[in-house]
Every structure is written in structure tokens, then in C-alpha cells.
Design a protein around this ligand. Structure first.
Ligand SMILES: O=C(O)c1cc(C(=O)O)oc(=O)c1
Length: 302
């Protein structure tokens, strides 16, 4: 099948720099995606965007170029609940990738078992309205209770303004809960203001909640952008991410978010995104926890 990209779509950057920051041995890129290729793994009819292709081979080449050892491949919404492209990548990874799937209530135990065997360790619930249609919470809770039996966790993606309304549902989830991209704070608000304080309270009061301190390129308002060798990119995001890393060093993850779906302004250089890490995790110990210990504990415990 041939797919037309969404108008204005920005393709991922093909010439990433070699990072200046040397990743510790065993580092995991704990949030990335594959898109298709559409001709082999068609995008889902219910998708809200049509991306460029971003294959498993291209992802593995980026992993090696940047110096990561492993990937966590998160089901992208353009594939809906058809997990074939993601599972195919896991199976081709030689044990170097684990996955997070999207499933419907109709998923069978056999299908869950097959995904587990391929390396899936979580499901993603998405509440970002521009990306998905609404799924009733009782359906999501039923899925969460079922996947808990496999020792999987739930990944949640939402916008900071929606946290109050989602609070009761999130805090009732029976598994480890991993928040994508720090719950998308508005970084033009004060880091010690009420919006981010609520997110910190969410993590502080619920020891099962983890956060990905990823996506400065999505959250930044001020820039500068991770392009043309810029070593001080996305300065406005640093206080937010650093605060989470320092307060909850054993419950944070980091990922490139390659191939960066739906960016409208620019496509970052992934090598320079890796160079962002020491700004938010300034010590070797914090870096090791963020990049090695935490993702391996969550995704490679067996
Ligand atoms: O903000 C986004 O547009 C976005 C989209 C997806 C996806 O479509 O799965 O995943 C992400 O991590 C971020």
C-alpha cells in the first residue's frame, strides 16, 4: 500500500552528530518508535497522522551510531492497536529491544503471551486528544488488570492540564505506571508553580509512578534547537527535567523519541539530543541510573 504523508510532515534527520557525551555501558534508549515501512506494515485506518517510514533497520543503525545498547520501542499511534511492525522489530533485535504495545479489550491471552515472548513488557494508554479517539476508562482498567498478570506496566501519555481530571484513574492503576515526556508540562510556566507541583505530587505520593524525562524538543518554547552543533539546546526544559531526575533518581527513564512524530517546527539532531542528557542528569551516578539501571530493571528483569 502507498501512503501520502500528512501535509507539512517533517522527516527524521538523516545525519545525526556523534554525541560528545559518552553514554555509559549498557545504556538504553527507552522511548523510540518504528513507522512501517507502510508498504510492509500498513498504517492503521483510524490514525490521526500519516508519517514517513522509519524502519527497524534505521532504528538499529541509530542505536549503534549514538552508542546505545538497547531500545524500548513504543507502539506509535499511527499503527493503532496493530502491533506487527513493533513486534517484528523486537524479533529482529537479537534481544536488544523490548516493546510497549497498544491493545484493545478484545485481545486474547494467547496474543498477550505471544507479545510477551517477543519482548513486550507494557501497554500504552494515550489521552492526547490530537492523537487518539477516547477509550472508556473501564475498558482501560480491565486491560491493566489483565496485563498485570504478565508483570507488565502501563505507559500513559497526557497533557499537564488534563492531570487533575485523570488523577483518580491513574492512581487506581494496579501496575507500575510510566509517564511519557513528564506529562507534557507547559515550560513557560514557573517550575515551582502549581502545574508542575501537581506532577511532582503525583510521583511523590505514588511510588509506582515513573517518568520519562524525554522530549525537550517538543516541550521547549525558547530553544535554542538541537541543530548545527548546539550544545545548550532547550534550556527552558532543563529545570523541569533535572528536578525530576534529582528527586526520583530510581524512577526515571530517557529516550530519543526517534523518529519524532508530529514535530512542526524543526527536526532535532539525535546526537545533540544525547548531549542534552548531562544537563538534566549532571552526575555519573544519576546518568547510570537514568540510562542503565532503571530501564534494565523495568524491561530486562527476566
Ligand atoms: O506528541 C506526539 O505527537 C507523539 C506521538 C506519538 C505517537 O503517535 O505514538 O508518540 C509520542 O511519543 C509523541
Amino acid at each position: 500500500m502507498k501512503f501520502e504523508k500528512t501535509p507539512g510532515w517533517l522527516d527524521w534527520y538523516t545525519g545525526p552528530a556523534k554525541p560528545t557525551f559518552k553514554l555509559p555501558a549498557g545504556a538504553v534508549d527507552a522511548h523510540c518508535h518504528v513507522f512501517g515501512p507502510g508498504a510492509e506494515f500498513p498504517f492503521a485506518p483510524e490514525r490521526k497522522y500519516t508519517p514517513c517510514d522509519a524502519s527497524k533497520h534505521q532504528l538499529f543503525a541509530l542505536r549503534d551510531h549514538l552508542g546505545f545498547e538497547r531500545n524500548v520501542i513504543v507502539q506509535a499511534t499511527c499503527h493503532g492497536a496493530d502491533n506487527r511492525a513493533m513486534v517484528d522489530a523486537l524479533l529482529a533485535s537479537d534481544g536488544k529491544a523490548r516493546g510497549v504495545a497498544t491493545v484493545k479489550r478484545s485481545v486474547t491471552d494467547e496474543e498477550l503471551q505471544a507479545m510477551h515472548d517477543a519482548g513486550v513488557r507494557g501497554v500504552r494508554f494515550n489521552f492526547v486528544k490530537r492523537l487518539v479517539d477516547f477509550t472508556p476508562k473501564d475498558e482501560l482498567m480491565e486491560i491493566a488488570s489483565r496485563i498485570a498478570k504478565w508483570g507488565w506496566h502501563v505507559v500513559i501519555y497526557f497533557e499537564a492540564v488534563d492531570l487533575p481530571e485523570l488523577w483518580d484513574f491513574f492512581t487506581a492503576l494496579p501496575t507500575t505506571v510510566v509517564v511519557d515526556h513528564m506529562g507534557r508540562p507547559d515550560v513557560s510556566l514557573p517550575v515551582d508553580g502549581p502545574q508542575f507541583a501537581l506532577f511532582e505530587k503525583f510521583m511523590r505520593e505514588h511510588q509506582n509512578v515513573w517518568s520519562k524525562v524525554s522530549c525537550p524538543e517538543r516541550l521547549s518554547v525558547s530553544g535554542p534547537k538541537a541543530l548545527n552543533g548546539e550544545q545548550n539546546a532547550y534550556r527552558d526544559v532543563i529545570p523541569f527535567a533535572k528536578r525530576i531526575v534529582e528527586q526520583f533518581p530510581d524512577r526515571v527513564l530517557w529516550g530519543t523519541d526517534w523518529p519524532h512524530p508530529n514535530l512542526k517546527d524543526h527536526m532535532p539532531d539525535d546526537g545533540l539530543l544525547v548531549d542534552f542528557i548531562p544537563h538534566i542528569a549532571p552526575t555519573a551516578e544519576l546518568q547510570r541510573k537514568l540510562l542503565v539501571d532503571n530501564p534494565n530493571r523495568l524491561y530486562w528483569k527476566d
